[in-house]
Design a protein around this ligand. Sequence first.
Ligand code: G16
Length: 548
Amino acid sequence: MTMTLDYNAIKSNIIPHKVEGTKYAYGTAGFRTKAELLDSVMYKVGILATLRSKKLNGATIGVMITASHNPEEDNGVKLVDPRGEMLEQSWESYATKLANANDGDSLAEAIDQIVTAHEINVEARAAVIYAYDTRPSCPELVKCLEQGLTVSGAEATGFGLKTTPMLHYLVRCINSAGTSDAYGEPTEEGYYKKLSEAFKVAVSGKPRLSTLHVDCANGVGAPKLAEFAKHLPEDVLSLKIINDDTHTQGKLNKDCGADFVKTRQQAPLGSEIAPGDRYCSYDGDADRIVFYYVDSNNVFKLLDGDKIAGLAAMFIMELVQDAGIDTLKVGVVQTAYANGSSTNYLTNVLKVPVSCVPTGVKHLHHEAEKYDIGVYFEANGHGTVLFSPEALNTIKTAEAKTPAQQQSIQQLQAVTDVINQTVGDAISDMLLVETILTNREWSPEEWDQAYTDLPNRLVKVVVADRTIFKTTNAERELVEPEGLQEKINEHVAKYSQGRSFVRASGTEDAVRVYAEAATRSECDELAYKVSLLVYNEAGGVGKPPMMP
Ligand code: G16
């Protein structure tokens, strides 16, 4: 079936901006702002997804409506490329251009530019699948997206309520079906089966761990994890879900979820954590996870994305060695938010190559693809492990010389299926951690012993215009506002093991200030000083930052 682009329909159905003069930008994870401002953006994203699919000869493109960790009144949308990865970066500027076109003619012109630049055959077929999370604004926005897909002539399939990583999985499955690297059955059920079967193999023969408490941030992870749990008997994985209220307005991510736990460094509302318990928190769309526990003195201890990266790298490196295929090279990718102690552990204890890239899984993912086995995690708990096609083939065809080697090969195979290799996935990452802890027979305390985090703090500062902040060196240094970096450096120099950097968020209207130092009080003071500097020198809005 061929479908041409009907410019008249596209122009006459355009959904105008609700607020004149709004500027949209495709940020760290797509468009993200107040839900009420997004209807016109959804329409344009539908058209862009169609164009992207046409450009890629009808490969299926994904669209996910979610604002992940943001408050409930926000929403957002991101595009997923055919292998389940984030939209190719060179297309982000097109997305921004389309989103800002506010009348039929400028929209048609923006579309024409894309068609010409990419020599898109407008007659080609286009296939798009889409899904959404539990935000109350989703149903309305889905309609706007559908309108854009319809006018641009896509074969569109709605997959309903899904976690973000499930949508990524579905896109990859559909596009790889019938090929030698078919990723799995393209259904929610297929996703559950793949992960649960692999997990059973990965933990076979080992004693079960105690119950894992899972805070689902009152988001889509809650119903989906409950469904997933039906595929694993209690004696394989025992789960207790908390914060699973997806119906009461205002509860999503409120005082709970991965972002809250990571930034506040405290257990979520609704938990009754006690020494000996093992907890984890998902974010609102279940693509991030952090673990935590309290020690015997009831002190809260966080096991964040850096700790997960260290655990995963250690386990996989040992498995590769034990399987007799250590020709496969493992590497780890982090961002500037990685705790200095974690980078030190990876480099000097595990002796694994580490690269640092700007924030956003889209950056980490591509860097991780450079290794045979690339472990990537942001400190906020967003990440996964990528196995190159060659690495997967080596694992699949490895011949064991001993029963022990056979076992390691089998386990490595299971681990590749436990891991959602398209994107960070809270359910899949949870299973990976549980696999490792089960095999090591480790408690969270034992996992935590790898290294001690430097005290750190993340602060949000609201300024009049966050776009004035420009960075370099993987976001570790400011280029603009001019002179600010020098002033930050002067503060940092006063603290032992001090480090601090500032960047504009790509998902929230704020500037993020990160600080770490040798002691809690030094760290808090440094975070405060730099936040105040940003507030005073770069147009702070509202109340000035306070000492924590
Ligand atoms: C998104 C991105 C992450 C990023 C986070 C915060 O996460 O996918 O890679 O770390 O935003 O980004 P920023 O500091 O630019 O606001 P999520 O879970 O919100 O989709």
